[in-house]
Each structure stands twice: as structure tokens, then as C-alpha cells.
Design a binder for this molecule. Structure first.
Ligand code: AN7
Length: 349
């Protein structure tokens, strides 16, 4: 039987009603990362849950299929969200799939090209705001109270219902829960959703333990580490350029109960890890996605975490092609030669 998408696959475990609005998202691979582990996390068995392979190129599709399914069931004819880019692209795609409208608010000039391209291609009304994601989230929460626009940010509980299926898949693939589970943290919806998912899998008896959560926040956008909202978040990892996460308390509860920790990682550490994933393993994620692995590497380096004999899963939340500018930034332009054998031999020797 072919894969039916996460709402149909896990219907009996999701509080979602309605005929699925789906692009057959989910069922993403758990890719072993032995070279990266050897180099940076010795003794660990490391896997990437590569969520960049979802239909619109990020993990958001899991939550969006659920939120849009429920919204359409409830009679919605238009969606709205604020976004650093991936939520916008995903909402736009699922709105197109459902045949309804979509409005997305994005911070002006701070959204990676591939995400903007998606939102435009899927036909959303894209509005840039002179402000941050946090300003946008406040605005869409307010306007959705007064206009017939269904809010599909992760303040909507249906989003977490969909995203928790990632944990179900990890447990099914490994046959157990990982010891450590690492991921980037922005608005903190995903870590909260995985917290729910692993707990539900544990309560069903699908795994006999739950993981410790290791989160990564960008240095200039690390409210959960600082314990205070950041008024002007800044990072080149624009997906997680968020200063006041909506799921703040739920995320901290998930991490603290598990004995895990959230780390702030500098942009340099995020980008080093991003390049290492691509060059050592052939896995090209977007910069923000590398923040979870960067947090693992940092905690080992500082002697705060022992990873020997640990099974680790890190979610790589988005595809590298979402952000082509980051991929080529700093690299010199490829060499140009005359189209002759002599010239080619000269540069290869
Ligand atoms: C690639 O798209 O918030 O902690 O508006 O795109 O659940 O917010 C994106 C977040 C990690 C953080 N990695 O997840 C948005 C948005 C990538 C992301 C996160 C995002 P949350």
C-alpha cells in the first residue's frame, strides 16, 4: 500500500476531524551520519530525521496537513499565518490543495529565497511587514479574531497534532526511542510536538523510555536560554530568528522533565555544522536545521554531555535548497575555462 500521508496513517492517534487535505507528507528517512559522529560525537550512533524531504521542503507539512484538514472541516475559506518562511510556504501549498485562500505575513527582507518562491508559486497573498516574526504573530492572532481567517501558526493545537507524528515514525523506524533527541528551536512548536509524540508512543508501549531533548537556539535569538524575550532577534539562520516563542512554557517543560537542555549556538557554529552535514554526509539542510546538531557538538565540547554508546536522532527541519544564498555565500565563484581539453587538463593537474 502506498503511503497515505500523516493524517490518514495516524488518524486514530490524532485529534483531527475531516477528510485529509494532504500532499502525502511524512514517512521521511532516518539517515545514519557515521562520519559526522566519528568526527564530532565519538561513540554515538547518530541519525538525521531529514524533514527537508517533505513536499514543500520542511517539517511544517506534518502540522499543516493536520491544521488545514481541521480548518476546512470547521468551514474555513481562508488561512493566515506569520512566518519566517517555511510555515508560509507550507500553508500556501495546503491552501492550494484545499482550494482556499492564504495570507502570509513575513518579516521584510528576512526570508530565504526558496521559501518566498514557494509562497508565491502556491498563490498565497504575501505581505511583508516592517517588523519581526514576533510582531507578525501578534498581528495574525489579533486579525484572526475579527476576520474570517483561520490561524495556522503553531498556537493552533492541530499543528502539534500533525507534527507529533514525527516521533511516531522515529520510534517505528528505530524500534525504540533514541537516548538523545536534538533539534533547532524557534517558536518552540516542534519540540513541544515531539514531546507529546514520544510520550504518547511511550504510553502505548511502543518504546520503553523517552528521549532527553537537546535544543539549539541561535545566539542572537535565544530567549529560552536567556529566560527572557529578545526584542530584536538577529541571526543569519533566519528560520529561527524568533524572540518570543509561542510555545515557550510547553517547550521548557518538555526539556526540563527529560533532563535535557537548550543551548545557544553562535551563527558560526551553526554554519560550520551545516557545511559538515553536506560535505561529510551528503545531507544538505538549511542553516537553521543544523542548530540541533550544533548544540550536541557544543555540549560535548564543553563536557556537559556524554554521547558514547548513545543513540541520537536530530531533526533536520528544512532542505538546503530553501536557502540558496546561504549555500553560495562565502564560496568563490566556480572557475571558468575555455572549452578545450588543454585548459581542462591544466586546471585538473
Ligand atoms: C527550518 O516558518 O517559525 O521551534 O514561521 O523553519 O517549531 O518554530 C519556522 C521554524 C526550525 C523552528 N527549523 O521550529 C516559520 C517558523 C526550520 C524552521 C524551525 C523553523 P519551531
Amino acid at each position: 500500500m502506498s503511503w497515505p500521508g500523516v493524517v490518514n496513517r495516524y488518524r486514530d492517534r490524532l485529534a483531527i476531524q475531516g477528510e485529509a487535505v494532504t500532499l502525502l507528507e511524512g514517512n521521511t528517512p532516518l539517515i545514519p551520519l557515521p562520519r559526522l559522529a566519528d568526527r564530532f560525537l565519538p561513540g554515538a550512533t547518530l541519525y538525521a530525521k531529514f524533514e527537508g524531504l517533505n513536499p514543500t521542503g520542511s517539517f511544517k507539512d506534518r502540522g499543516m496537513t493536520a491544521a488545514v484538514t481541521q480548518a476546512v472541516h470547521d468551514g474555513a475559506t481562508a488561512l493566515i499565518c506569520a512566518s519566517t518562511g517555511n510555515t508560509a510556504a507550507s500553508a500556501a501549498a495546503y491552501a492550494a490543495r484545499a482550494g482556499i485562500k492564504c495570507v502570509v505575513l513575513i518579516p521584510e527582507g528576512k526570508v530565504a529565497l526558496g521559501k518566498l518562491a514557494g509562497a508565491i508559486a502556491y498563490g498565497a497573498q504575501v505581505i511583508q511587514i516592517r517588523g519581526s516574526f514576533d510582531d507578525g504573530l501578534r498581528l495574525v492572532q489579533e486579525i484572526s479574531q475579527t476576520m474570517p481567517l483561520a490561524l495556522v501558526n503553531s498556537v493552533n493545537p492541530a499543528r502539534l497534532e500533525g507534527q507529533k507524528t514525527g516521533a511516531f515514525e522515529v520510534v517505528e523506524t528505530l524500534g525504540r526511542a533514541p537516548d538523545l533527541f536534538a533539534l533547532p528551536v524557534g517558536n518552540a512548536g516542534n519540540i513541544s510536538a515531539y514531546g507529546i509524540g514520544f510520550t504518547e508512543a511511550f504510553e502505548r508501549g511502543d518504546c520503553d523510555a523517552r528521549p532527553r531533548y537537546i535544543g539549539g537556539q541561535a545566539w542572537g535569538a535565544s530567549p529560552l536560554v536567556l529566560g527572557a524575550a529578545v526584542a530584536h532577534p538577529e541571526t543569519a539562520a533566519t528560520a529561527i530568528r524568533i524572540g518570543n516563542p509561542a510555545r515557550w512554557h510547553q517547550a521548557m517543560e518538555t526539556v526540563c522533565e527529560s533532563g535535557g537542555q537548550i543551548w545557544r549556538v553562535a551563527d558560526g557554529e551553526i554554519f560550520t555544522t551545516y557545511h559538515a552535514l553536506a560535505e561529510l554526509e551528503g545531507v544538505f539542510c538549511e542553516p537553521s536545521s543544523a542548530a540541533g546538531v550544533a548544540a550536541l557538538i557544543k555540549s560535548v565540547k564543553f563536557g556537559k554531555l556524554s554521547v558514547a554508546d548513545q543513540t541520537i536522532v536530530s531533526v533536520l527541519t528544512g532542505h538546503g535548497l530553501k536557502d540558496p544564498d546561504s549555500a553560495v555565500a562565502g564560496a568563490s565563484a566556480p572557475l571558468v575555462v575555455d572549452a578545450t581539453l588543454t585548459d581542462l587538463q591544466r586546471v585538473l593537474s
